[in-house]
Design a binder for this molecule. Structure first.
Ligand SMILES: Cc1ncc(COP(=O)(O)O)c(C=O)c1O
Length: 402
């Protein structure tokens, strides 16, 4: 296209919706993008920013998906996902936690993120509030606001390992509250909720007609004791518990984009309806791979978990050796979340400036705590090899000593 028309088209104003104007790029994805830009310029970036396992997806999953593709399993599936996968997911929570859920109580989604997004659209209304612990995963407040509701952050405390306590969450509930959102283990802090606190919270919510949304994406990544799953309370409080899970982290299957949601029938139905107009089904052959992973990849999962544990043991002392860094071992997930405020200086005076300094000067990608509502902290992922961790920390220490 040339001349008059192309000029006219280029100069036409682009009007975004108020919704889109209010939403920013995910801070974690922004770091990944900037790190990729530097790599493209030839900089050898050490990536401690990405919340993405460095392992290959389980071979059984890859082989099953490959076979499904070769056999032409490439058409639409039922919108809520493959019946066999829904059954296997529900079975798994029944077997491990005594949950009452059947296949019909589940929806398979395009990653856990889409489950949370569709859920927000299904259950939050304008003027309502959603109570959640802070620091929080960057996506939660954005999704809550996108759905028209207001996130109400309740601080957790680094001194006790960012444990999630029922009391302060309950105190933040008002007549406008619609749900309490608990992400245990937590991204970015690794903080967890204990089984008694979770019970107290769910029982309280049930008495008030609220939902407890349990994002258990990191359910397998616990270092101090068994994971307290909201699924264990679903039989007693079937109208209260909504559980979101994912294949991304447990099975190193981030790119496959398979997650799920389980919960009360009206919530599941509403999410199914929204999904039917949004994504339709998740990718057919990816679901075949996810099913195979769930049924047959436990040995690989155990192996990966042992390695995460070893990385955590290596990383935390190294972090505490860096002057100005203070880090407790995370209870769960695969992130260290040190308080780094003691090394703020002019030019790197807050977590954002410090993370930029480390990326530009040391070639190490981290995520500023400010993105998660914790300006004194940095998030470093240990979903990377021990050699990468050692190299990254060496570079950080050297850059901060300058
Ligand atoms: C706390 C939390 N919930 C949910 C997700 C969603 O993961 P996915 O959409 O890959 O299943 C993530 C991913 O980083 C996460 O950290």
């Amino acid at each position: 296209m040339t001349g008059f028309y192309s000029l006219m088209i280029r100069s036409a104003p682009v009007n975004l919706s108020a919704r889109a104007s209010a939403i920013g790029e995910s801070a974690t994805l922004r770091v990944t993008r900037r790190a990729a830009e530097l790599r493209a310029q030839g900089v050898a970036v050490v990536d401690l920013g990405a919340g993405e396992p460095d392992f290959s997806s389980p071979p059984v999953a890859v082989e099953a998906a490959r076979r499904a593709l070769a056999e032409g399993f490439t058409r639409y599936t039922p919108g809520s996902g493959l019946p066999a996968l829904r059954t296997a997911v529900a079975d798994s929570y029944r077997r491990h936690h005594g949950a009452p859920w059947q296949a019909a109580d589940s929806v398979i989604t395009v990653g856990g993120k889409t489950a949370l997004f569709e859920l927000a659209l299904a259950v939050f209304d304008h003027g309502q509030e959603v109570v959640l612990p802070s620091p929080y995963w960057v996506t939660f407040p954005e999704q809550i606001r996108f759905a028209g509701a207001r996130p109400v952050m309740v601080p957790t405390c680094g001194e006790d390992g960012f444990q999630i306590h029922a009391g302060p969450l309950i105190e933040a509930v008002t007549e406008r509250t619609r749900a309490i959102l608990v992400n245990s283990p937590c991204n970015p802090t690794g903080g967890v909720i204990s089984a008694p606190d979770l019970r107290q919270l769910v029982a309280f919510a049930a008495g008030r007609g609220l939902l407890v949304i349990a994002d258990e994406t990191y359910e397998r990544f616990v270092y101090g004791g068994p994971h307290a799953s909201a699924a264990a309370l679903a039989a007693e409080f079937p109208d209260t518990v909504v559980l979101v899970g994912s294949f991304s982290k447990t099975y190193a299957m981030t790119g496959w984009r398979i997650g799920y949601l389980l919960g009360p029938a009206p919530v599941v139905k509403a999410v199914e309806n929204i999904q039917s107009h949004a994504t339709s089904n998740p990718t057919s052959f990816a679901m075949v791979g996810a099913l195979e992973a769930l049924l047959h990849a436990e040995p690989e999962v155990e192996e990966m978990l042992a390695e995460y544990r070893a990385r955590r043991e290596m990383l935390v002392p190294l972090l505490n050796d860096i002057p100005g860094f203070r880090c407790r071992p995370p209870e769960g997930a695969f992130y260290a979340f040190p308080d780094v405020s003691a090394c703020f200086r002019p030019g790197r005076a807050d977590s954002i400036a410090l993370a930029e300094y480390l990326l530009e000067e040391a070639g190490v990608a981290t995520v500023p705590g400010a993105a998660f509502g914790a300006a004194a902290h940095l998030r470093l992922s240990f979903a990377c090899s021990r050699a990468t961790l050692a190299e990254g920390l060496e570079r950080i220490a050297a850059a901060l000593a300058r």
